[in-house]
Design a protein around this ligand. Structure first.
Ligand code: ANZ
Ligand code: ZN
Length: 831
């Protein structure tokens, strides 16, 4: 009988006793650093969805151990942050205490699954010895001018009662609690991540082993646009109101300066116009409009399908510097305050949103670019003063083409026109070329308790002074009351003893910064600390860094594509500039794990009461069964629904292997009286080859399925040779380590199975089976080729068309159709 409980407990204890997973820094073996996105230890513990990625990285770690690598596979805890603090508030305990408790639960659950973590390198972001270096890096940024204080309105979550970074807002809602985010002016610390935008963008191209969709998400998040800034002079039509009014111009950012002659009005974001008040004659109307837009989310404002609204600013006009025409100026909320300059020149003929707006408010539409392949305009609005109805014009022409109605730009193609107008603007000092990023500077302060204290001191005489490095870590003081104040001040502000300090520069009375760092801070560099977790002198030892970095393979959720992964890449590049790390990028290979959904198709969550606890699964089916099932359930990167039947299938597979034991013979002479080579041999070698290459390609499901086919075949045999079965155990070991070790020890004894080499396959035995692929032209056979039995349709056709004989027959003819009959022939039809 396969007694999983007994077997799993026995080997977990033995492996720990033998320090099987303790990773040395030295040694002759090549290194392999495999990293999981470390969890945030929530109060409810793990559900069966969480370990999917951890199991995969563990399979890879064990596979690499068997392949002779010195594997570093660490684990730790991302334990600061709002959810931990909210949980503690709910439970009425200190976050320090609840966090420790949650970590203990997580660790116990992870250990049940038999992972290869080197726990001697465990770290937690809440440990002062750890966050000392988070604070240290922040101070280095401060000293290099990468950190600034701002009072601009930022995203504010009224439920979490804290300011948020752009990355923490999803569709206008707080990513944590789903509350509509407001804008609130707040004193805050901001990191100039935009200084690194171009490098973050460029180096994506070097990450050849990252999945393309994740790189694309980062490109879009960084959002580079090339264009120009253009200055528009403002005419005050009503000098009587305020002759001293200072407004002289409005700056806009545009990606299409070539359309300047087609700009027929300007639009300002409502947030931007307060300083124009004195010249505006309909101020009340404008003020009402501003108030109305206050609570709209960016998504609402920019939605193409939403009705555009706005109000004209009466009393002023703008002058188009190219055409000299006077243009009305509007406030409208489809222009956002914090992109570009917060103002635009509207070109309704060539921008959809401007067109909608122009039609609604009967504004002139002037066509200035025509498509290259069109002789005359067929849209019908090329005359500047034409007033159009929505029914007549549906779309603007937003592509590139040739300029018309544009004076000195006429006849130029878009690229040339762009260069020419930018030169013209620059010469006249009314504009210049400009690169704009969607990425915003990183709002780095939170008005909450459970985070790293920001190590800055406010002195009346010296201004803002960093805490001296030798005084780090600046520890988070223990407090009774850590409820958020909601006033925009952190709860730390109430700890007078802690706040009042002396200035490190002048010795005078000073006050500590009371904001804390965001949840993302600690995870920006944790992968470095595993390499050298106890270093009290430096963030990381240089030699160890050179040895272990970069991380060879990083596995985690796709939800981090634009947050953690951008922040960590930025932090790493900053540390590179400091000389702390020697590589430009931290993670060589990145793979994302798909979600495991509950049986009802929803995300597993306490809220839906659909969570399956891994403890119960392990108890009933065993850790190995859970591991095999989660690897087998479907393609690793895709979401998949949990199915308990699948779990019993995995369990039965392991039982079958356990039973194979009874068919084993040790001596060659006893077996297979009929033939010398057992008839599973070819399949065995094929499977060794496939399991290895599938693990490397993260195709765990097909690896397990190949193992299942092999085991089925072997169970039909009367006798199995021990050498062969030992190979089966070795390729099973990454997936079901406990069972593999148990059987290995029983049959072979000696050192752990994980100290053995991965079995070699015999290439001739592992060769794929082939068939004769007949190639016909118009039904007549012209060639016969050899093809793998599992050749794809495309590959079969390509193979056929490349045949020398076929090429000769095809001279002067073009194939009209190519038909593939699977496993038999390709027919090429020609006229
Ligand atoms: C004139 C123009 C003519 C534009 C044209 C487009 C087409 P991306 O690619 O996203 O950078 N824009 C600029 N700042 C804006 C803001 N704060 N809120 C909303 N829209 C803004 O887009 C840049 C274009 O988006 C800019 O180029 C501007 O419209 C608009 F045929 O200027 B364009
Ligand atoms: Zn001072």
């Amino acid at each position: 009988m396969y007694q999983h409980k007994q077997i799993e407990k026995k080997w977990q204890e033995q492996w720990t006793k033998d320090s099987l997973y303790k990773t040395d820094d030295a040694g002759a073996k090549p290194k392999y650093y495999i990293l999981d996105m470390f969890p945030y230890p929530s109060g409810v513990g793990l559900h069966v969805g969480h370990p999917r990625g951890y199991i995969a990285s563990d399979v890879l770690a064990r596979y690499q151990m068997l392949n002779g690598f010195n594997v570093l596979h660490p684990m730790g805890w991302d334990a600061f942050g709002l959810p931990a603090e909210n949980y503690a508030l709910e439970q009425k305990v200190q976050p320090q205490i609840s966090t420790e408790k949650n970590i203990a639960t997580y660790k116990r659950q992870l250990e049940l699954l038999g992972f290869t973590y080197d726990w001697s390198r465990e770290i937690k972001t809440t440990d002062p010895a750890y966050y000392r270096w988070t604070q240290w890096a922040f101070i280095q940024m401060f000293k290099r001018g990468l950190v600034y204080q701002s009072h601009e309105p930022i995203n504010w979550c009224p439920t979490c009662q804290t300011g948020l970074a752009n990355e923490d807002v999803e569709n206008g809602r707080c990513e944590r609690c789903d509350t509509l985010v407001e804008r609130k002016p707040l004193r805050q610390w901001v990191i100039k991540i935009t200084d690194y935008a171009q490098r973050l963008l460029n180096d994506l191209d070097k990450l050849s082993d990252w999945e393309e969709p994740i790189k694309e998400m980062q490109r879009n998040w960084i959002g580079k646009s090339e264009g120009a800034i253009i200055n528009f002079k403002i005419q005050n039509l009503n000098d009587k109101i305020n002759p001293k009014s200072k407004i002289q111009n409005i700056e806009v950012f545009t990606t299409r300066p070539d359309t300047l002659f087609g700009a027929t009005y300007l639009v300002l974001a409502p947030e931007l116009i307060l300083n124009l008040q004195s010249s505006i004659t309909n101020w009340e109307e404008v003020q009402n409009y501003i108030n109305k837009t206050k609570n709209k989310s960016d998504l609402d404002r920019t939605d193409l399908n939403k009705d555009k609204t706005g109000v004209e600013l009466r009393g002023i006009k703008a002058l188009n510097p190219a055409s000299g025409e006077a243009m009305p100026i509007f406030v409208a909320d489809y222009v956002l305050p914090d992109y570009g300059t917060g103002s635009i020149m509207a070109v309704p003929a060539h921008d959809d949103r401007d067109l909608d707006f122009a039609i609604k408010y009967s504004l002139p539409i002037k066509e200035v670019v025509k498509p290259l392949n069109r002789g005359v305009s067929d849209i019908g609005y090329q005359i500047s003063d034409i007033r159009c109805s929505k029914s007549k014009i549906q779309n603007s022409f937003t592509g590139e083409g040739v300029n018309i109605n544009s004076d000195f730009l006429n006849g130029l193609e878009t690229k040339e026109a762009t260069t020419k107008i930018i030169n013209w603007l620059t010469e006249k000092k009314i504009g210049e070329s400009k690169i704009q990023y969607k990425l915003k500077d990183w709002v780095f302060s939170r008005q909450r308790y459970w985070g790293e204290p920001i190590p800055l001191i406010h002195c009346q005489t010296c201004g803002v002074v960093p805490v001296p490095e030798e005084e780090l870590p600046l520890e988070l003081p223990a407090v009774k009351n850590y409820q958020p104040s909601g006033s925009g001040e952190s709860p730390l502000a109430n700890i007078i003893d802690w706040v009042n300090t002396t200035c490190p520069q002048c010795g005078g009375p000073a006050k500590r910064e009371t904001n804390t760092m965001p949840q993302w801070a600690g995870s920006c560099w944790y992968y470095l600390r595993y390499v050298d977790p106890a270093n009290g002198e430096d963030l990381i030892d240089k030699n160890k860094e050179k040895h272990w970095l970069p991380v060879d393979c990083y596995v985690g959720g796709a939800e981090h594509a634009t947050r953690h992964l951008i922040y960590a890449r930025f932090w790493h590049k900053f540390l590179f500039d400091l000389g702390v790390v020697s590589t430009q990028e931290p993670f060589t290979k990145l793979r994302h794990v798909g979600l495991i959904l509950a049986a009802d198709g929803k995300k597993m969550s306490k809220r839906w009461d659909n969570v399956i606890n891994p403890d119960e699964v392990v108890d009933k089916y065993g850790a190995d069964a859970l591991r095999v099932y989660e690897m087998f359930m479907g393609p690793f990167g895709e979401p998949i629904i949990w199915n308990t039947n699948g779990l019993s299938g995995a369990r039965k597979f392991l039982e079958k292997i356990y039973k194979l034991k009874s068919q084993i013979t040790n001596s060659k002479s006893q077996i297979n009286p009929k033939s010398q080579i057992p008839n599973y041999r070819n399949l065995l070698h094929k499977t060794i080859k496939k399991v290895g290459s599938d693990i490397e390609a993260f195709k765990f499901n097909t690896a397990v399925s190949a193992l299942m086919i092999l085991v089925n075949k072997m169970s039909e045999q009367e006798a199995i040779e021990l050498v062969d079965f030992s190979k089966v155990l070795l390729i099973l070991a990454p997936f079901a380590p406990h069972l593999a070790e148990e059987l290995w020890q029983e049959l072979n004894g000696g050192e752990s199975i994980f100290k053995q080499p991965w079995p070699k396959f015999d290439p001739t035995l592992a060769q794929d089976e082939v068939f004769n692929l007949v190639v016909q032209i118009n039904g007549k056979t012209r060639d016969t080729l050899t093809a793998d039995v599992d050749i794809s349709e495309e590959a079969a056709k390509e193979l056929a068309l490349k045949s020398d004989k076929v090429i000769k027959w095809l001279i002067g003819k073009t194939p009209e159709k190519v038909i593939y009959v699977q496993g038999r022939l390709v027919n090429i039809v020609v006229k």
